[in-house]
Write a protein of this length. Structure first.
Length: 358
C-alpha cells in the first residue's frame, strides 16, 4: 500500500501547467465580392479575428470595414482600361457595409428587381463604359484601407443553363407536403465547367401553433448548396436535385407544398391553410480559383460541429488578404413548390431581385 501511495505522490508532484501560446496574426482584410453579367460588382469587407476571440454584438459590428477605397477595373480589347469606384450603400441599406455602384441601385426602375439591359456604369474618368460586366472578361479588384492594399482577379465564364427543372414528391418523406426540386443538366464536353449552386426561399410560411397564425421564415440571402468541377460528369447528361440546408448545414431537406396544418387553442382544434414555398435557384459557372474558395467553404460547412473532422483552411484568391472575389455566370430559375410544376425558362433580367445578386 505504501508503494502505491509513493507512486501516486511522485506522479502528482511531477505535474506541470502547460500553457500554449498561439501566435497573434496581423490584421488583414477579408473580402467577399463578386461580379456577374449586366450587374454591378459588389464587395463586403471585414477584418480577420483570433480563433478564441469573443464574439458579441459590438465585436461583430466592428469586424466590418467602412471607409475603404474599392476599385474594379478591366482591360478592353483596344488596350484601354475601364475602372469604376464602388461606394457603400447609404441608409437604410447600410446595416452591413456593401460596396457597389450606388448609381445603379438608386436608378432601379422597379426596386428591388434588376434593370433590363446592359450595365453601363460611369468610370473613374467620368465616361460611360458600355456593357462593363459580361462573360469572357477578366475583372481586377483593388481594396485600400488603413495603409493596407489587397488585390484579386477573376473571370466571368459563359453560362450553361439547365435543361429543365421540376417538382415531385420526396420519396423519402412520410409527409405529403414535402417535395424535391429535380433538374437535368447536359454538361458541355468541350470545356471544364466549375459549378456553384445557390438557392433562396422567397416564400416560406410556418404555423405558430400557439395562435394559428402564419410566420414568415423566408431566406434573407442566398444559401449555398454545393460547388464542384465537372471532372466526373464531363460531357454527360444527368439528373440531379437541389435540396435546402438542414441540420449541420448539410443540404438534405425538401421544400413545402401548400397544406392545411392543425393547431390547438384551449382544447379546441382548428386548421389553417399554409401556402407553398417559392424557391429561386441560382445555377452558376465560375472560374477555377473561385471554385477552390467556394469548395473550401462547402467543406467547412460540412465539417461544422464534427469533433473527428480535421480542421480545414479556407482557400483564398485574395492577394495580401483573405476571402474570395468571384466572377459568376448565373442562370436564375423561379420554382414554386407545386406538384408537377416544370420549367426550362430562366428568369429574365428584370425579374431577378438585386439581393440575389449580392
Amino acid at each position: 500500500m505504501k508503494k502505491y501511495l509513493l507512486i501516486c505522490l511522485i506522479f502528482i508532484s511531477c505535474q506541470d501547467e502547460i500553457i500554449i501560446e498561439f501566435p497573434i496574426e496581423s490584421q488583414k482584410i477579408v473580402v467577399e465580392g463578386g461580379i456577374e453579367p449586366n450587374m454591378p460588382p459588389y464587395v463586403i469587407l471585414s477584418k480577420n479575428q483570433g480563433y478564441f476571440d469573443e464574439i458579441n454584438q459590438n465585436t461583430f459590428n466592428d469586424l466590418f470595414i467602412r471607409g475603404a477605397e474599392v476599385i474594379v477595373w478591366k482591360l478592353n480589347e483596344d488596350g484601354t482600361a475601364d475602372s469604376i469606384f464602388l461606394e457603400q450603400l447609404p441608409p437604410p441599406l447600410d446595416s452591413i457595409p456593401i460596396y457597389t455602384d450606388i448609381n445603379y441601385i438608386s436608378g432601379l426602375s422597379n426596386f428591388p428587381y434588376a434593370n433590363l439591359g446592359t450595365y453601363n456604369p460611369i468610370t473613374v474618368e467620368g465616361e460611360i463604359s458600355n456593357n462593363f460586366s459580361k462573360a469572357n472578361e477578366t475583372y481586377n479588384l483593388i481594396v485600400r484601407w488603413n495603409n493596407k492594399e489587397v488585390t484579386s482577379q477573376t473571370t466571368i465564364p459563359n453560362p450553361t443553363p439547365l435543361d429543365c427543372l421540376w417538382v415531385e414528391k420526396d420519396e423519402f418523406s412520410n409527409k405529403d407536403h414535402e417535395f424535391r426540386i429535380n433538374a437535368i443538366y447536359d454538361d458541355p464536353v468541350e470545356i471544364q465547367n466549375n459549378i456553384l449552386i445557390k438557392y433562396r426561399k422567397t416564400i416560406h410560411w410556418d404555423v405558430d401553433t400557439t395562435n394559428g397564425t402564419l410566420k414568415d421564415h423566408k431566406d434573407d440571402l442566398m444559401q449555398i448548396i454545393d460547388a464542384g468541377a465537372d471532372i466526373l460528369i464531363n460531357g454527360q447528361k444527368f439528373e440531379t436535385y437541389f435540396p435546402q440546408k438542414g441540420e449541420g448545414n448539410f443540404p438534405t431537406l425538401p421544400y413545402n407544398a401548400s397544406r392545411y396544418e392543425e393547431y390547438e387553442i384551449s382544447g379546441n382544434v382548428d386548421s389553417v391553410y399554409v401556402p407553398n414555398d417559392v424557391v429561386v435557384i441560382k445555377f452558376c459557372q465560375i472560374d477555377e480559383p473561385a471554385l477552390k474558395f467556394w469548395r473550401s467553404i462547402v467543406r467547412q460547412f460540412g465539417s461544422n460541429g464534427n469533433p473527428f473532422q480535421e480542421p480545414l483552411n479556407i482557400v483564398s484568391n485574395i492577394n495580401g488578404g483573405y476571402g474570395g472575389w468571384t466572377g459568376y455566370s448565373p442562370v436564375y430559375y423561379k420554382v414554386p413548390i407545386i406538384d408537377g410544376f416544370t420549367t426550362d425558362l430562366p428568369l429574365p433580367l428584370d425579374s431577378i431581385e438585386i439581393i440575389d445578386v449580392f
